[in-house]
Design a protein around this ligand. Structure first.
Ligand SMILES: O=C(O)c1cc(=O)[nH]c(=O)n1[C@@H]1O[C@H](COP(=O)(O)O)[C@@H](O)[C@H]1O
Length: 282
C-alpha cells in the first residue's frame, strides 16, 4: 500500500530533518549565480539546488511563479527540476498556491498530484479562501495517491493579517478567525489518519499564533509549512516560542537566505541550516 504523505513526512523528519529548501530562481539570484534570466538559467539553478539538497536536507519547495515567468520553456525547466528532485527521493512541495471553484481546483489537483503527470509533486500549496469545501477534490485525490496539501492559513506577509484574522460569522467555526477556521477544518481531515496527517497548513514563522486565535492543540497531527525564516526575519531558534506544542509538525522553510550563498556556497549553506534546525529540535 502507498504510504500516506504524513507517514513519508514523519520518516523524512527522522532521517533527513525538517528543513525545506525553497527553489526560488529570482532574476537577481540568477544574476548572482552567473546564470541567464531565462528558462535555461532557472533549470540550471533548480537542478543545482536539488543536487545540493540531497544528503543535507529532505524537502524542497520550488516556487512555481519563478518558472512561470519564462512561459512554456519555464514549465519544461520546472518539470526537469521536479523530476530530478523526486528521482533523488526528496519530498517535493510544489508552491503553486492554487485556488478556485471546486471543479477547477480539482483540475489543479490533477495537474500537480496525479502519479505520472508531467508536473507530479508530492504535495502542493493550495488556497481555501473560496471555502475549505472547494478543495475537497484535491484532498481526496491526494489521499488516494499518498500525496499532501498545504492549505494557506496564516501567511507570512504582514498585509494578510487583516483578512486572515477576520471573524467567521456562520457555520461550525463561527466566532473564530478565518485562519483558525481553516486550521480547524484541516484538523478534522487529519483526524481520519493516525500520526501526522497528510493535509498541512501554511503558517508563517513571522506571525504569532495567538493573534489568530490558533492554539497548538488545534494543530495536533497537522503538518505546518512555516516560511518566513531567514530573509523575512524569523529565527530558527524561535521555533519553540512560535509554535509551542505544535512544533513537532513544523517544516522550516527558507529560500533566499540559503540561495544567496551562490552555486559554490549552497552545499555549506544547506548543511549549516540543517544543523542549526537539528540542534533546536534535539
Ligand atoms: O506557501 C509558501 O511557501 C509561502 C507562504 C507564506 O505565507 N509566505 C511565503 O513566503 N511563502 C513562500 O515561501 C518562500 C519564502 O521565501 P524567502 O522569504 O526567500 O525565504 C516564497 O517562495 C514564498 O512564496
Amino acid at each position: 500500500m502507498t504510504p500516506t504523505f504524513g507517514a513519508r513526512l514523519t520518516s523524512t523528519f527522522a532521517t533527513a530533518g525538517r528543513l525545506c529548501v525553497g527553489i526560488d530562481p529570482h532574476a537577481y539570484l540568477l544574476g548572482q549565480w552567473g546564470l541567464s534570466d531565462d528558462a535555461r538559467g532557472a533549470r540550471e539553478f533548480g537542478l543545482r539546488v536539488v543536487e545540493a539538497t540531497v544528503g543535507r536536507a529532505g524537502i524542497v519547495k520550488p516556487q512555481v511563479a519563478f518558472f512561470e515567468r519564462h512561459g512554456s520553456a519555464g514549465y519544461a525547466a520546472l518539470e526537469a527540476v521536479l523530476g530530478a528532485a523526486r528521482d533523488a527521493g526528496l519530498i517535493v512541495i510544489a508552491d503553486v498556491k492554487r485556488g478556485d471553484v471546486g471543479t477547477s481546483v480539482a483540475a489543479y489537483g490533477e495537474a500537480w498530484l496525479t502519479p505520472g503527470s508531467p508536473l507530479e509533486s508530492d504535495a502542493m500549496t493550495i488556497s481555501a479562501f473560496q471555502g475549505v469545501g472547494s478543495i475537497q477534490a484535491p484532498h481526496d485525490l491526494a489521499t488516494a495517491h499518498g500525496k499532501g496539501l498545504f492549505v494557506l492559513a496564516a501567511t507570512s506577509n504582514p498585509e494578510a493579517a487583516t483578512l486572515q484574522t477576520a471573524t467567521v460569522t456562520a457555520g461550525p467555526t463561527a466566532g473564530t478567525s478565518v485562519a483558525a477556521s481553516i486550521v480547524a477544518d484541516v484538523h478534522d481531515w487529519n483526524q481520519l489518519e493516525t500520526g501526522l496527517g497528510s493535509t498541512g497548513v501554511v503558517i508563517g514563522a513571522t506571525v504569532a499564533l495567538g493573534d489568530y486565535g490558533i492554539t497548538p492543540r488545534s494543530l495536533a497531527g497537522t503538518p505546518i509549512l512555516a516560511p518566513g525564516f531567514g530573509h523575512q526575519g524569523a529565527l530558527v531558534s524561535d521555533v519553540g516560542t512560535l509554535f509551542g506544542g505544535a512544533s513537532s509538525g513544523v517544516i522550516v522553510s527558507a529560500s533566499r537566505s540559503i540561495l544567496a550563498a551562490g552555486p559554490s556556497g549552497i552545499d555549506a549553506a544547506i548543511g549549516a541550516q540543517s544543523a542549526e534546525i537539528a540542534g533546536v529540535f534535539a
